[in-house]
Design a binder for this molecule. Structure first.
Ligand code: ASP
Ligand code: MG
Length: 481
């Protein structure tokens, strides 16, 4: 079970989480491994204070690098951080001995944090490696609190860092990937630790072969949960969040959107590429390799089944499962008859973009070859335009154009695979609403039809399609657990 920051960031919430764990632990009938994130906002605040302290400060007279000013900042920050964690402890844990031992542990961690921040202040630089070390404090502070709160309910529990359970990564600080040898190591450690009771593991953080702390990338705790679940062949991996599961559409746009009871890995990935932020594709990968169900559940509504993500399921009554959308994108077209029959133009376009770290969301080339269009985040559009102008200044192409006010709608569902007529239904529903389609793409998985329309049509488009495929009617399923 993985609990994110918004599920644990105060004493009340921690009590709620401990009770959920207790219920499913059933006095030892089930084995439970818990993964937690930092309290919400803590990782962000660690990053921002570290960045601040690594900069030079100037006082009013222009004197540089005022260390006493930095020390004050550190003191403020440590006070604030202490307050958040200690008050959560006091609200969640009433047993005096347990309370005292976890407060002592937190004070040790805070002292270490203070020293690290002081180091950054003197050195005046912040490497990715140091930043990982600093970010690790968020989870290192939260995990012992959740574990102590379980102990106060009479459940044996210990907390461990990702590195301590054997999550060993490469050296890519800030975005590290687990080594394949981790899986075996985690399995044997976790099996041992589980004999002691429920174990609580820090999400997001790991270590490299030399024992130096690394992190798995922002929001990486879900990924930790999936890696650990896969390593120990868990029955299921539960990601607790603050919604009932993955929805048929954004409920802010579509009030009668429904929770989807069952999705395939493929569908969940298509959805996460196209705007649904509930689960990151990398999270699914370890679970997929072991064919383990990933379940999205609501911490504040924990006994609902949520959304189960599995390898395959019997054909459901829904061909289309969800409509998702992305706004704030731009459509760029590279145009010119000079490209026809010229190998390497596409390669040039996309490697120029890759060099600038510009992610391409959707691509289309007409069979006339006179036009390559693609969609990127709107805030990258100037940069993309300039770098392509530069790349093609020898005049191979006629023009580069871009449109800013566009959005993407993606229609997702594995039932579309091999079902004729879905595209026809999609586009006639749009035509009925007078919505013009600018560009279309269907992935070869056939589980996703996506298209670009004007941004101010996105809402109407999502609504029309949600209705067309009757997604407001909850899916019938006898799949319960
Ligand atoms: N605490 C980390 C972050 O904020 C990891 C996580 O929340 O999953 O990015
Ligand atoms: Mg998070």
């Amino acid at each position: 079970m993985k609990f994110g920051g918004s599920s644990i960031s105060n004493g009340e919430k921690i009590k709620n989480v401990s009770n959920i764990i207790k219920k499913y632990y059933e006095n030892g009938k089930n084995e439970v491994v818990v993964v937690v994130s930092a309290f919400s906002g803590v990782t962000d605040s660690l990053i921002s204070v570290a960045k601040d302290l690594s900069n030079d400060f100037f006082d009013e007279t222009g004197i540089k690098n005022n260390i006493s000013y930095k020390k004050e900042k550190i003191e403020d920050f440590i006070q604030k951080t202490r307050k958040i964690h200690i008050s959560a402890i006091k609200d969640a844990i009433f047993d005096e001995d347990i309370q005292k031992s976890v407060i002592d542990k937190e004070e040790d961690i805070l002292r270490e944090l203070k020293n690290v921040l002081l180091g950054i202040s003197y050195i005046g630089e912040l490497t990715l490696r140091s930043l990982d070390y600093i970010m690790s404090f968020g989870e290192r502070m939260s995990a012992p609190i959740v574990s102590a709160s379980l102990r106060s309910l009479g459940i044996n529990s210990m907390s461990y860092t990702g590195g301590e359970v054997g999550l060993i990564t490469n050296d890519k600080f800030g975005d590290a990937k687990p080594l394949s040898s981790s899986y075996k190591l985690i399995r044997s450690n976790v099996e041992t630790f589980l004999k002691e009771g429920v174990i609580v593991i820090t999400g997001f953080i790991a270590k490299n072969k030399k024992g130096i702390i690394t992190t798995l990338g922002r929001d990486g705790s879900d990924y930790t949960a999936s890696i650990i679940g896969a390593a120990i062949d868990s029955d299921e991996i539960w990601i607790f969040t603050d919604v009932d599961g993955i929805m048929t559409a954004d409920p802010d746009l579509i009030p009668d959107a429904q929770t989807i009871p069952l999705l395939s890995y493929l569908e969940a990935m298509e959805l996460s590429y196209f705007g649904s932020s509930v689960i990151h594709p990398r999270t699914l990968e370890p679970a997929m390799n072991k064919n383990i169900c990933v379940r999205i559940k609501n911490t504040f509504n924990p006994f609902k089944p949520g959304t189960a993500i599995v390898k395959e399921y019997e054909k459901s009554d829904k061909i289309v499962k969800a409509i998702s959308c992305i706004k704030d994108v731009a459509l760029v077209s590279v145009i010119g008859t000079g490209m026809i029959g010229m190998p390497g133009v596409a390669a040039k376009v996309f490697s120029a973009l890759a060099k600038k770290d510009i992610n391409v969301i959707m691509i289309s080339q007409g069979s006339s070859e006179a036009n390559i269009s693609f969609v990127i985040k709107e805030n990258h559009v100037e940069e993309a335009y300039n770098c392509l102008k530069e790349e093609f200044k020898d005049n191979l192409i006629k023009d580069i154009e871009y449109k800013r006010d566009v959005g993407i709608i993606a229609v997702v569902g594995a039932g579309m695979i091999g079902t004729p007529g879905v595209a026809a239904k999609v586009f006639s529903a749009l035509a009925k609403k007078d919505i013009n389609v600018i560009m279309i793409s269907q992935g070869s998985s056939e589980a996703n039809i996506s298209f670009v329309i004007k941004e101010n049509h996105v809402y109407d488009g999502v609504r029309a399609l949600h209705k067309e495929f009757k997604l407001e009617i909850a899916e019938k399923t006898d799949f319960t657990s």
